[in-house]
Design a protein around this ligand. Structure first.
Ligand SMILES: Nc1ncnc2c1ncn2[C@@H]1O[C@H](COP(=O)(O)OP(=O)(O)O)[C@@H](O)[C@H]1O
Ligand SMILES: [Mg+2]
Length: 307
């Protein structure tokens, strides 16, 4: 589809929705709307929490998905748009669904030999002591939630039982991952390009909800302080993790590094935050791209993917 065709009808920006990340999505959507309007597009904001949201898509040329979390980022919205024959931004159905599922992402990565922390799938029948014996201190998380919700570390069988109870409140499965003690990074991907990495530093025990959205003390280092060869090594790992799940166009890969210097992939985000203080815009800025250029590039890459 040519840019001219795209300009003949409104571009829909899908935002809001019903997930726990609705508030962030409204901000991401606003950033995208401003950027597209600045480039002369006729933009239509569509809140997918409205009962008649589909009706607002009837005559649009393209959909920019600025939704986060289940319902917007997990493949269901991508499938709906595909069925409606509306081309959309970012990853397709498979990549979106796989990336939303942390357990299946890790199973796939383990299968191809990509570096990710050792893990076990937990259930009420799990022998907690056996998990600790095998993995040592663990980090427990719901398999299909974001925003660090329901996560705690556990170094004993009793603590693991409690961590399981907490993580299992969110409906899906629960994962215990080997605890990684070391710095945390995130790497933005844009097409075939790996943007400069960001190192996250928090005074909290981990990069939790408070550190992500509330605290003013969280520090973001970009450039992240790695050597050029370490940066290249982590970038390759990030791109491999992203592509192996079938993800495309843009996204963000979360990575940790242990004391021995080895990198481990935590997860892939297929629709990362796009607010002015979000991480992908920060990495893009470090690469000399402002938000308008970033939004334009996502649209362009997505158009190429949709044919
Ligand atoms: N294996 C681990 N060891 C130590 N900390 C972890 C581990 N996995 C996740 N964390 C911490 O929890 C945060 C959230 O985990 P992540 O897997 O990125 O889920 P999400 O961002 O979707 O909530 C990470 O940013 C990191 O601070
Ligand atoms: Mg994360």
């Amino acid at each position: 589809m040519s840019l001219e065709l795209l300009r003949k009808a409104p571009v829909a920006v899908l935002l809001g929705g019903n997930s726990a990340e609705r508030a962030v999505s409204l901000q991401s959507g606003k950033t995208v709307i401003d950027a597209l309007q600045g480039q002369g597009f006729d933009v239509r904001a569509v809140d997918t929490a409205d009962s008649d949201w589909v009706a607002h898509l009837r005559d649009v040329s393209f959909a920019f998905i600025a939704l986060h979390g289940p319902g917007g980022e997990d493949g269901s919205m991508q499938g709906a748009l595909q069925a409606l024959r509306i081309p959309y931004t970012g990853s397709g159905v498979l990549g979106s669904a796989l990336a939303m599922d942390k357990l299946r992402s890790k199973q796939l990565w383990q299968g191809i030999g990509l570096s990710t922390g050792g893990f076990l799938n937990l259930s009420p029948a799990t022998d907690w002591q056996q998990v600790i014996d095998r993995l040592g201190k663990v980090f427990v998380k719901p398999t299909c939630e974001g925003s660090s919700i329901g996560m705690t570390s556990a170094a004993s069988a009793a603590a693991l039982a409690q961590a399981y109870d907490r993580a299992s409140q969110y409906g899906g499965g629960v994962l215990a991952e080997q605890f990684i003690d070391g710095p945390e990074y995130t790497v933005a991907i844009l097409g075939d390009e790996v943007l400069p990495s960001i190192r996250l530093e928090t005074a909290n025990e981990f990069y939790d909800y408070e550190a992500k959205y509330i605290s003013n003390d969280t520090r973001y280092h970009c450039p992240s302080g790695l050597s050029a060869s370490e940066e290249a090594e982590m970038g390759e790992l990030a791109l491999w993790a992203f592509r192996s799940l079938g993800c495309a166009v843009w996204g963000r890969v979360d990575i940790m590094r242990d004391r021995a210097g080895r990198f481990y992939v935590l997860e892939v985000n297929t629709i990362p935050g796009m607010t002015s203080h979000s991480l992908v815009p920060m990495a893009a800025r470090a690469a000399g791209m402002d938000i308008a250029a970033l939004v334009g590039r996502i649209l362009e890459l997505s158009r190429a993917r949709c044919g």
